[in-house]
Design a protein. Structure first.
Ligand SMILES: [Mg+2]
Length: 412
């Protein structure tokens, strides 16, 4: 099975997606997701100029060798652009190998370790009535675990609130599941950690009182806190028994989690912006987290993320793979096959893609009673309609950024 051609498809049905198509001499097409939200074209250039030419004529079965060739052979290692590009190649080769074997990919990864994947959805609101309504809507859709993001009094627009009144420079549309707005410049949002730390525990108290003790609840602090603030938040949320508190600090400083851990038993999830095992080296070895947030798409593909998760398994740390809508249907399928096969699966983030996206990508996964399953088609189970993709050209879009009340740029 020799790689005959490879092409990068950029399409923007509901949002921008970058997909690598790898075609072999026996006529099979493998797909890999290379979408890096807000920096998509950097990965397109990396793939088109520096990776695709190196793939032609290679043995499509040689997944590990190709991974090492692209990682070590580049000399310049790591980083989101490089690791998203390598991930796209890796997932496309796994897709091809599984299609050639006539099996769904999870079978090649060791077979199913469970019957389905517990998924969590995103509920949010500016105030309690909106939050309650959003949680009820997710429960009606079948979700059995729910992330809750709340507006903060005094702040106009913050991460994760679907009904945010949008700020200057925005399109004026609801945020919903896509914070990356189509515009020439990123939207500006506002932030104040003290107000957030005072307000958030009152939200979780109200949500617990309304929905009872059993519903798994998650929350994302989105890298905005200092270690001592994160420790305080974890402690103040303990009575409400969170499934996890996510990205409580910008964890480039892995030692920061020691301080958080010392003060709270709220489970911690970290790593959607990480891209190699080296970003996790200390926090896994010292058992400073409970869930690994990496996506297949941003962490060097199935080959590398499986390695991270096997390392994590030795410390009873589980998967919680990143799965917002900027993980394409190809990237989500890869996550589902990997999640089904590994022993230490924890939970899968899942937001439904828009209707236009479904006209470009044909998917075979199911979502039943809150559980995802990748389906039993050979390979990933996703096909890309190239003609349909061509109807939606790339549109400039950026994730928002944050300023504090005095104008200082802050983590978004
Ligand atoms: Mg997150």
């Amino acid at each position: 099975m020799v790689i005959e051609s490879a092409e990068v498809v950029v399409t923007s049905p509901d949002r921008n997606f970058v997909t690598l198509r790898v075609i072999t001499d026996d006529g099979l097409t493998g797909l890999g997701d290379a979408t890096l939200n807000g920096r998509e074209l950097a990965v397109v250039g990396y793939l088109r100029e520096h990776v695709v030419p190196l793939l032609l004529g290679r043995d499509a079965h040689a997944i590990e060798d190709t991974w090492q060739f692209l990682y070590r052979g580049a000399y310049w290692r790591r980083g989101p652009v490089t690791m998203a590009a390598i991930a796209a190649v890796d997932v496309a080769l796994w897709d091809l190998k599984a299609q050639a074997a006539g099996m769904p990919l999870y079978q090649l990864l060791g077979g199913a370790s469970r019957s389905g994947l517990l998924a969590y959805g995103h509920a949010s609101g500016r105030d309690l009535p909106e939050i309650f309504e959003s949680i009820r809507r997710h429960l009606d859709e079948g979700y059995r675990a729910i992330r809750v993001q709340a507006g903060v009094p005094g702040l106009t627009a913050i991460y994760g609130i679907a009904s945010n009144a949008t700020t200057a420079g925005n399109s004026g549309k609801r945020y919903d599941h896509e914070p990356a707005q189509r515009a020439a410049l990123p939207a500006e949002e506002d932030w104040d950690s003290a107000s957030y730390l005072r307000h958030l525990p009152t939200v979780f108290e109200a949500v617990r009182n309304e929905f009872g003790p059993e519903l798994p609840l998650l929350h994302d602090a989105h890298h905005r806190l200092t270690p001592i603030q994160a420790a305080k938040l974890g402690k103040s949320l303990e009575p409400y028994d969170l499934f996890w508190l996510e990205d409580c600090t910008p964890a480039e400083n892995q030692e920061a989690l020691r301080l958080v851990r010392r003060h709270t038993t709220t489970p911690l999830a970290i790593g959607e912006v990480f891209n190699t095992v080296w970003d996790y080296q200390q926090i896994i070895r010292e058992q400073l987290i409970d869930y690994v947030r990496s996506a297949v798409t941003h962490t060097g593909g199935i080959t590398h993320l499986k390695r991270v998760l096997e390392y994590a398994a030795q410390y009873q740390i589980k998967s919680g793979m990143h799965g917002p809508t900027d993980i394409s249907p190809v990237g989500m399928a890869a996550a589902m096959h990997l999640g089904l096969a590994i022993h230490n699966f924890g939970i899968q983030e899942y937001m439904k893609h828009g209707e236009l996206t479904d006209t470009v990508f044909r998917q075979s996964f199911t979502f039943t009673n809150g559980m995802l399953h990748p389906g039993d088609q050979p390979g990933l189970g996703v096909t890309l309609d190239v003609d349909a993709a061509g109807k939606f050209p790339y549109q400039t879009a950026y994730l928002p950024f944050n300023r504090l009340r005095d104008g200082t740029v802050h983590d978004w």
